[in-house]
Design a protein around this ligand. Structure first.
Ligand code: GLU
Length: 319
């Protein structure tokens, strides 16, 4: 199993979670993901990651699609909606059990339920990434049915992690040790997929060759690489770009003021002004002058993006 060859056609994706309004931080990450693919003449899919039950907001998917269009970011083909693909994830989970890579686990309901969320830093509702599962249920049950019969509880499926590290080369952050902190959930108690599994199954199914996303998901990557390995799939390349933060250095959120694209637009900011600000904050333009996403394609270079986090709550846009 190796990462992509330079000669492969480039395929990327935009993968919003419809858990709230898109803000400047999401917009910057999506702009960079889009530019990275379009500057190489590649294809891009849009995937709505709506498996995160309680956190999903009914109208947020449609709003995210509209916001992306407003920004001038397009995609190819049908929109992929994760909630319509539950059977595909369940099959992959079964494969993991069949090859002995995952096992039924009846522990810690809370942690299991929370596993559908992409673990973003500074996100009060997302699970903490720190807890290491002690392996209590390893080897305890022959199957999900066996776990239910013995404990009366529905079991989740957990990946067996026998290595502490899975090193990889990040296109933006460079070589990574790839620490993996213990056995992690791939299927929740209710049978739904955990974020880690759904994202791998979909990126592989749609031929994604490069993932560009925010660097608070960097710790998820070794787990995803382990899933690629266990499922016999070829992983994409990964580039984790810096977060957009507020004055306190934490991931941009409501408490930093309303930086949602919707709000900026309602207050009169044009898409060109927003893209121009994002391009400037990404080192792609020397001034925050209005411009379109298309105008940035030709000269795009990921290496120009500053390595540190950028402030998003002092954007100076007309509001
Ligand atoms: N849907 C995830 C999020 O918005 C992103 C997942 C990914 O890019 O792998 O947090």
């Amino acid at each position: 199993m190796s990462q992509q060859n330079a000669a492969d056609p480039v395929v990327g994706r935009l993968a919003p979670s419809p858990t709230g309004a898109l803000h400047l931080g999401n917009a910057r990450t999506f702009l960079l993901a889009w530019l990275s693919v379009r500057s190489k003449g590649g294809r891009l899919s849009l995937r709505i990651e709506d498996i995160d039950g309680p956190r999903v907001k009914p109208s947020a998917a449609a709003a995210a699609i509209e916001d992306l269009r407003w920004l001038g970011l397009d995609w190819d083909g049908e929109i992929v909606v994760q909630s319509t693909r539950l059977e595909v994830y369940a099959k992959a989970a079964q494969c993991l059990v069949a090859v002995g890579a995952a096992y039924p686990c009846v522990c810690t309901r809370k942690e299991v339920e929370e596993a559908a969320s992409a673990p973003h830093e500074g996100d009060a509702q997302a699970p903490s990434d720190g807890a290491v599962y002690p392996g209590t249920c390893r080897g305890r049950f022959a199957s999900l049915e066996d776990a239910k019969a013995k404990t009366g509880r529905d079991a989740a499926l957990r990946m067996r992690v026998d290595l502490g590290e899975l090193p990889f080369d990040d296109r933006f952050c460079g070589p990574q040790r790839g620490a993996i902190s213990g056995d992690f959930v791939v299927q929740k108690r209710d049978g739904g997929p955990a974020y880690q599994l759904a994202v791998v199954v979909d990126d592989a199914a749609f031929g994604v060759t490069e993932v560009v996303r925010a660097d608070d998901l960097l710790p998820s990557t070794p787990r995803q690489l382990l899933l690629y390995r266990a499922l016999g799939l070829r992983p994409p390349s990964f580039a984790h770009v810096p977060l957009v933060v507020g004055h306190d250095g934490l991931r941009l959120a409501k408490r930093h003021g309303d930086t949602s694209l919707r709000h900026l637009r309602e207050c009169g900011a044009s898409a060109a002004a927003v893209v121009g600000f994002l391009a400037w904050s990404s080192g792609l333009r020397s001034e925050a002058e209005p411009c379109s996403a298309r105008e940035l394609v030709e000269s795009f270079d990921l290496a120009r993006v500053p390595k540190g986090p950028v402030r998003g709550d002092d954007h100076g846009l007309t509001v």
